[in-house]
Structure formats: structure tokens, C-alpha cells
Design a binder for this molecule. Structure first.
Ligand code: ZN
Length: 505
């Protein structure tokens, strides 16, 4: 028995060291996106490659395999929901996957993506896809090599998807996404009528940047984001990252004539941050202290950004304050106008700025192209054409340039293939979670109108955050909502909310 306890303690110590190492990489990554001068890129790539290599060495140490073998099947892990059992289960999963990846591949991925990220950023700034093309080819080649090393059931893309949403398969997504496309394309056409008065024009008035930041921070705080254990910074692309317990970094960008871009990015990243701040700190460094999956993380972000942040109740509470802060721009606007403005549907080329109805269509295009690239059915050189054709087909528009089309997102330059679908999964999970919270907590809308968001956050903390990786996403969803992955709640709300908004006033 003593030997078991010792083995488990050594396993935990090793897990913590791994997490500390990856948190160093996270901090360097945060710096890359916020303050790193362009001249430091090459050196940073070397730092990241070294850390990735060290991490890989630790995470694939045969000693871990021995410890896991000792612990598996023992009394210590008899209760499958206990922290020890969860940690052993998830460490085994990670160990088996990582030991299939050779160290040179992992280092090459880290090195390539640091440089490809910069190449993407230059290509986008110059609207020059040709500059990014060779890097995209290398990213795809490495992703295919990764998939071959990891192994897969049906097609190589399955292996990449598994990195972000364990257990989910490409064919599941194809049918789920087909259902979304079938309903969202006509809904967008119906409620996104470009000839109608542009209700969002009010969001493009002047919003002084420093006041946007102050207002955003105040709202973040009121929703429950703890600034003693977190920061909000400025970056080119909004993001959030957990450095460690007590240090959660979120970042956004500000534009003088675009209130929605930064405000909803802040809500989104705050949603991620609330999840990170709600993870059980006592389990930090082990799977019990880690988020379940990317899709479930994204669900936290989407829930606060959209389901809460674009609701009438939310703006009934926050609009009077917004009108004080931005008096010059909002003195002739009321809460209902503003609610309509933040829900204006207008198909456009940009994913991050997209309204809720068309957002998932942007993801569906990326998913389709990624699957085709990994399958070898689409060459990098043909991406701009394929991208524009898909946008014309699903959103009825053609992006005016590659910078605003296939170069708009940094994910591919970052080596993140298989990541995009988690955004739409997040939207689906979010709506299922919110529906369950509404049933169980009750009166959420009245609470939001009063500025009370603690009921919802408390429910999420209790049902989702505090469990870390105790349950895999499908099981957690089942326990919390009583249902499997289901796009119905999302589609139903979008139909209901946008048809009502579209009625003549
Ligand atoms: Zn997100």
C-alpha cells in the first residue's frame, strides 16, 4: 500500500513539473502576442523549441509508464471519479499519445510555428498569400506526419481533432455541421437582409479607446473576473491564456469606431478566464486541475459573449452605464436600440466580427478546407480560390482580398489544424449548458437585469469548473444537461431571437 502511495506521489510531482514547464512556454507565448519586438522572433523560436523538447522528454519518460502500470488496477484508483483515478486515466491517455510522437517532430513543430506565425502576419499585412503559402504547405505536411504517428480510426484528420476534442470523430462533425448549414444558410438570408436599415451603425460611432478599456474592465469585474488573479492587455488578436493559479491573462484589441469588436472580445476572453479561475487550484498541475476540452472551454467563452452578452436583460443592466461613459455617441440611443445593434445580422467576410447567426458558417468553411488539405484533396496554393467559392456558396459574399479572406486567422500559421471546429462545438455546448442553468437556477434574466451574474457563475463553478477533467466532455454534458451533443438548443434560440428581432418595429 505504501509503495502505491509513493508511486502516486512521484507521478503527481512529475505531472506538476511538466505543467510548470508548459506554463513557461505559455508565458513566452503571451509575450510573443503582446510585447515581443519583431527582431526577437528567431530567438523566441529557439526558446520555444527547447521548452517543447524538454517537455516532450519529461512527458515521455519511460518512468511515467512504469508508475502508471503500478497504479493502474490498484485500490488507489478503485473509485473512477476520485482524483487519483482521474489523474492516472488522463496521464495514461496523454502518455500513450505523446510516446507516439518522436522528439524531432515536436521540436520541428514548435520551431516552424513560431516562424510561420510571423510569416502569416507579414503576409496578411501585405495581402500577399504567396508569402504564406510555403509555410502553410509545411504546416500541413507536419500535421499529416503527426497524424500518421498518432494513428487514427478512419482518416488522418481524426487524429488532429483528437488533440482538441478527445473522442470526437470527423464523421460526427460532418453530420452535425450539415444540420447547422441546412438551417443557418436560410436563416442568415432571411434575417440578414442587407437592404434593411443598418441597426449596427451606432456601434461604429466614436468610442475613445481608454474609455473602452475602462468600461470593458468594469463589466469583466462585475461578471466575476478577478483582476487580482488576472490581467487584461492589448494584442493584435484577442486571446486568453492561463499561466498558473492566480495568473490568468486575457488580451483584446481596440478600434475607435468599432465598439463591438473589443467589447465582445473582452466578454469572450473573460468567459475563458472565468473557467480558468474556477479550476480547482489544489489540483493545479494535474488533469484534475485542467479544463476538460477546448470545445468546453470555448463554451464558457461563448456563453458569456453571446448567450449572456447579447441578451436583452444584459443590456437593460449595462446600457445606462455605457450611455454615461460614451455620452457623446449614445445620448440619443436607448437600451432596446442598443440590444438590436449588437444583434444585427450581416453576412461579412470576417469571422471574429461575425454575428451569431453567420458565425458558425465561417467555421464550417474552415473545417471543410482543413479536412480537404489534410486528405491531400486541396493544395495550399488553391486555398484562396476554394475559400472564396465556399464563402460565396454559404454566406453569399466574396471576400474583397485574401487579407480579409483566407489570411484573416492566425491558426494555421500557429500549426493549429483541427482547432476551428471547437468554436462551433463551443457554441453548441454553451447553449446546452445555459438551457440547463436556466432550468435549475431559474430567474436568470431577472438576475441579469439587476446586475447579478453570480447565480449563473456559481452554477458553472459547481457543475463544470470545479471538476477539472473528472469527466470527459460527452459525459460531463450528459451529467449536467441530461443530453448528448445536440445543436437543437442553439438553433432554436437563434431562430426565436432573430425572428423576433426581425419583426417590423
Ligand atoms: Zn475562445
Amino acid at each position: 500500500m505504501m509503495r502505491l502511495q509513493e508511486a502516486y506521489e512521484e507521478l503527481v510531482r512529475r505531472m506538476r513539473e511538466q505543467t510548470l514547464l508548459s506554463s513557461c512556454a505559455e508565458l513566452l507565448g503571451w509575450d510573443e502576442l503582446t510585447y515581443l519586438p519583431p527582431g526577437g522572433v528567431g530567438h523566441r523560436a529557439e526558446q520555444q523549441a527547447l521548452l517543447a523538447g524538454l517537455y516532450h522528454e519529461k512527458a515521455t519518460d519511460p518512468r511515467l509508464g512504469d508508475l502508471l502500470a503500478t497504479l493502474e488496477g490498484s485500490d488507489l484508483v478503485a473509485d473512477p471519479d476520485s482524483p487519483a483515478a482521474v489523474n492516472v486515466r488522463e496521464m495514461r491517455y496523454a502518455y500513450d499519445r505523446l510516446t507516439r510522437l518522436p522528439r524531432d517532430l515536436v521540436e520541428e513543430e514548435a520551431r516552424l510555428t513560431s516562424v510561420a506565425q510571423q510569416a502569416w502576419s507579414v503576409a496578411r499585412a501585405n495581402d500577399d498569400f504567396a508569402r504564406f503559402r510555403p509555410w502553410l504547405e509545411q504546416v500541413i505536411a507536419l500535421a499529416r506526419r503527426r497524424a500518421e504517428c498518432l494513428g487514427y480510426e478512419a482518416i488522418p484528420y481524426d487524429a488532429l481533432l483528437e488533440d482538441y476534442e478527445p473522442g470526437l470523430r470527423t464523421r460526427d462533425l460532418v453530420s452535425l455541421f450539415d444540420e447547422l448549414r441546412r438551417e443557418l444558410v436560410p436563416l442568415a438570408a432571411e434575417v440578414g437582409d442587407a437592404r434593411r436599415r443598418d441597426r449596427a451603425a451606432v456601434l461604429r460611432r466614436e468610442y475613445p479607446l481608454d474609455r473602452q478599456r475602462i468600461f470593458g474592465e468594469a463589466v469583466a469585474s462585475e461578471l466575476g473576473f478577478d483582476f487580482h488573479r488576472g490581467r487584461l492587455d492589448t494584442s493584435v488578436h484577442p486571446f486568453s491564456t492561463l499561466i498558473g493559479p492566480g495568473d490568468c491573462r486575457i488580451a483584446t484589441r481596440y478600434a475607435l469606431h468599432d465598439f463591438g469588436d473589443s467589447f465582445f472580445s473582452i466578454l469572450h476572453e473573460v468567459g475563458h478566464g472565468l473557467y480558468d479561475q474556477g479550476l480547482p487550484a489544489e489540483h493545479y498541475g494535474t488533469p484534475m486541475g485542467e479544463p476538460v476540452s477546448l470545445g468546453l472551454h470555448e463554451a464558457q467563452a461563448r456563453l458569456w459573449e453571446n448567450t449572456v452578452g447579447r441578451s436583452r436583460a444584459f443590456w437593460r443592466h449595462f446600457f445606462p452605464r455605457a450611455r454615461q461613459v460614451f455620452h457623446e455617441s449614445l445620448h440619443d440611443v436607448d437600451a432596446e436600440d442598443f440590444y438590436r445593434a449588437v444583434n444585427h445580422v450581416a453576412p461579412g467576410p470576417n469571422r471574429v466580427r461575425a454575428d451569431e447567426v453567420t458565425y458558425n458558417l465561417h467555421i464550417l468553411v474552415r473545417f471543410e478546407l482543413e479536412v480537404a488539405m489534410i486528405a491531400g484533396d486541396l493544395r495550399a496554393a488553391d486555398v484562396p480560390t476554394a475559400w472564396n467559392e465556399a464563402y460565396q456558396r454559404d454566406l453569399g459574399i466574396t471576400p474583397p482580398s485574401d487579407a480579409e479572406g483566407c489570411l484573416q486567422d492566425g491558426h494555421w500559421g500557429d500549426g493549429l489544424i483541427g482547432y476551428f471546429p471547437t468554436y462551433t462545438l463551443g457554441n453548441i455546448f454553451a447553449e446546452q449548458l445555459f438551457a440547463a442553468a436556466s432550468r435549475e437556477v431559474g430567474g436568470l434574466e431577472e438576475q441579469f437585469v439587476r446586475g447579478d451574474f453570480g447565480g449563473l457563475l456559481g452554477w458553472l463553478r459547481e457543475k463544470v469548473h470545479r471538476h477539472g477533467q473528472r469527466y470527459r466532455a460527452p459525459e460531463l454534458l450528459k451529467r449536467v444537461t441530461g443530453a448528448a451533443l445536440d445543436s437543437r438548443p442553439l438553433l432554436d434560440r437563434l431562430h426565436r431571437q432573430h425572428r423576433e428581432l426581425n419583426e417590423p418595429t
